[in-house]
Ligand binder design. Structure first.
Ligand code: CTP
Ligand code: MG
Length: 255
């Protein structure tokens, strides 16, 4: 038997950029909620012991209904997420600690458990991407991140100016070497003891630091090396309405 795998699926976001009413994970994607697609792929992941889904506090019942209707072949529970993705993952990790594996309950210092953290927003992530991540963790990598090459050249904004809005006329700065950069996806995979320690440390230091964009960054702060494996375009993060249109086409033409 392989190493036990646990997964936190983050789905507690509101989907502001998508602009639909209600949380993004409940949005209809080719006939089923986005969350359903994310959970469906996990049905074929060998050695999966349990999944925790983070949900917005006001939607716990709706999420529970999706899980029940899906009749999943693995234990799956819903926990309330937090106001940031990082805090939602922390809550999800706590939820994992109540799953039983054969020899007993998952402990936060278990180095043999493989813990995946996956965004429900990447609802069409292929199974082989999960498998690549798990294999790399099983081979001894403490933190594994699926990644793709960039299609666009990237360029910095000069000086201190920073905006998430559409750019005004703004001075541009340096152009990093794109061949050395990667776009980072999920699922990210970790040795169990390392991801619990990373999030625990961050909970204790949160006031001072914050600013981690993903879970692998937290593990790097603990001093561990993270490793890339191949990601895929199919694992796109459904963020804007156009992404949902593309994902709908993909889901309808997947065979
Ligand atoms: N997420 C979460 N808890 C939060 C914020 C985000 O569990 N407090 C989850 C989202 O549900 C999503 C993943 O983290 O699956 C990545 O977040 P993102 O794509 O940004 O989704 P939203 O935050 O929902 O979207 P937006 O930023 O447009 O509001
Ligand atoms: Mg967000």
């Amino acid at each position: 038997m392989g190493r036990s795998i646990y997964c936190v699926v983050t789905a507690a976001g509101s989907g502001t950029r998508l602009g639909n009413p209600g949380p993004k994970a409940l949005v209809n994607l080719a006939g089923s909620p986005l969350l359903h697609h994310a959970l469906h792929t996990l049905e074929s992941l060998k050695d999966l012991v349990g999944v925790v889904v983070t949900a917005p506090q006001d939607y716990l019942e709706a999420f529970t209904e999706i899980v029940q209707n899906a009749a999943l072949p693995y234990p799956c529970k819903i926990v309330a997420g937090g106001s940031t993705r990082q805090y939602s993952v922390y809550q999800g990790l706590q939820g994992l600690l109540t799953f039983d594996k054969d020899e007993g309950q998952l402990a936060p210092d278990d180095p043999d458990a493989i813990v995946l953290i996956h965004d429900a927003a990447r609802a069409l992530t292929p199974l082989d991407q999960f498998q690549r991540v798990c294999s790399a963790v099983a081979s001894g990598c403490p933190a594994v991140v699926p990644a793709t090459e960039l299609v666009d050249t990237v360029r910095e904004i000069a000086g201190e100016s920073f905006t998430r809005q559409e750019l005004e006329i703004t001075p541009a700065g340096a152009t990093p070497d794109r061949s050395r950069l990667r776009c980072v996806q999920t699922p990210q995979g970790f040795a169990g003891n390392i991801i619990f320690a990373a999030h625990q440390q961050e909970q204790e230091a949160d006031q001072v630091r914050g600013g981690a964009l993903d879970d692998a960054m937290l593990v790097t702060r603990l001093g561990y090396q993270q490793y890339f494996v191949a990601g895929s375009r199919r694992a796109l993060k459904i963020t804007y309405p156009l992404d949902l249109q593309l994902a709908t086409w993909m889901a309808q033409n997947s065979n």
